[in-house]
Design a protein around this ligand. Structure first.
Ligand SMILES: [Zn+2]
Length: 375
């Protein structure tokens, strides 16, 4: 009888344990979806038999605010507070430490359990084992059935990569106004499609986004400056203040990445703000300047209108190509709605036969509204 009791206790304990840490042996998950869409992550890891993703990225996808105060990271949503203490390596909910570790730090990056964060903020998670996909969803929000979602997954995951025919023209995707949390998502999307882009960063945002900058550099994208402040009244106050913003911006890039950044994008474009004196300062200091061929107008739209951004790019690129342009530069931003449009933009460009490139200083292309060949 005592033996039976012991077996029973062991059974109960193991049941409780496995229900708090997820299924005992989780298969490697390679895709995470939210409602009806696949999400992009730079990494998905199975740690302690539980699927985890970068906290910074899932926070951006699910609109979960988080804050870092010294060694503690806080997530606050729907009246609950989840925190991770780097020193103790413990996760707490409303100040009470948990007996397992839904949040872990790997190579300086925080990863969080998909099942844990989803359930804490009121979502459910369904695992599609064959498709190695975890779907986060909310019962009372409109979404297609699991059955139909599985059909969708099969379709999208089996799609073959387009064959590499002869390139029509080069296309340069450029992202202004980062680094911020959307830079990380844009970067992971670019990585997924094995493609490169160009980022124009704001100096004042760089210092607090070091890890994002490091991954952008590591993945081979070019970083140029977009000024320190982006403040029209400061940047364009005088040729002195203008060139100082550019020089400071490039110095910071050099300091944080070790790279020379001689390509600038001036806030709001070169026209009509740039005076002749400012242009002369750029030339004298060895800078190059890029405006753009295609304006996506992405900043105008909400997440739900992301298809309009895709449409603007399609129309603009078609027009530029038909006019004979062989190097087409597209203006985008590190913003939420742009992350929603980006996969479709890349897929369309690749299917149409364009080659996506990052800026190459050794093969500089002149593209400025001033029509100045020295820039
Ligand atoms: Zn800007």
């Amino acid at each position: 009888m005592r033996k039976l009791l012991l077996i029973f206790v062991v059974f109960i304990i193991s049941t409780i344990f496995s229900s708090t840490t997820g299924t005992a042996a989780e298969l490697p998950v390679t895709h995470i979806a939210f409602q009806d869409q696949l999400l992009d992550f730079s990494e998905i890891k199975v740690i302690n038999e539980d699927t985890k993703v970068p906290l910074e990225e899932i926070a951006a996808h699910l609109d979960i605010p988080f804050e870092i105060e010294k060694v503690v990271t806080y997530i606050r949503k729907n009246g609950i507070e989840i925190s991770y203490n780097e020193t103790s390596q413990l996760t707490s909910k409303d100040g009470v430490a948990l007996d397992w570790t839904p949040i872990v730090k790997v190579d300086g990056k925080l990863f969080i359990s998909v099942k844990y964060i989803a359930s804490e903020i009121g979502y459910k998670v369904k695992t599609f084992e064959k498709q190695k996909t975890q779907r986060i969803y909310k019962e009372d929000w409109a979404h297609i059935s699991h059955e139909n979602f599985e059909i969708y997954l099969n379709k999208i995951l089996n799609k073959k990569q387009p064959s590499q025919a002869k390139s029509k023209a080069n296309v340069y995707l450029t992202f202004d106004d980062g680094p911020n949390k959307f830079t990380a998502i844009n970067n992971s999307i670019l990585k997924k499609y094995n493609t490169k882009a160009t980022f124009f960063f704001l100096g004042n945002l760089m210092k607090k986004n070091e890890s994002i900058i490091n991954s952008v550099v590591k993945d081979g994208h070019y970083i140029g400056t977009h000024s320190m402040t982006h403040d029209k009244n400061k940047v364009y106050l005088s040729s002195k203040s203008f060139i100082n913003e550019m020089i400071e911006g490039t110095k910071l890039i050099k300091k944080m990445t070790g790279k020379d950044a001689k390509l600038v994008r001036t806030p709001y474009g070169s026209k009509p703000h740039l005076t002749t004196a400012m242009k002369d300062e750029l030339v004298a200091n060895g800078f190059k300047l890029w405006d753009w061929d295609v304006d996506s107008n992405d900043w105008k739209y909400t997440d739900k209108e992301a298809n309009k951004i895709v449409q603007n790019v399609k129309v603009g690129v078609d027009k530029a190509y038909k006019s004979g342009d062989q190097d087409i530069i597209i203006l985008l931003h590190d913003r939420s709605q742009t992350t929603k449009a980006l996969p479709q933009i890349i897929e369309w460009l690749q299917n149409e036969g364009y080659t996506l490139k990052t800026y190459e200083p050794e093969h500089h292309i002149v593209q400025n509204f001033l029509r100045d060949n020295t820039l």
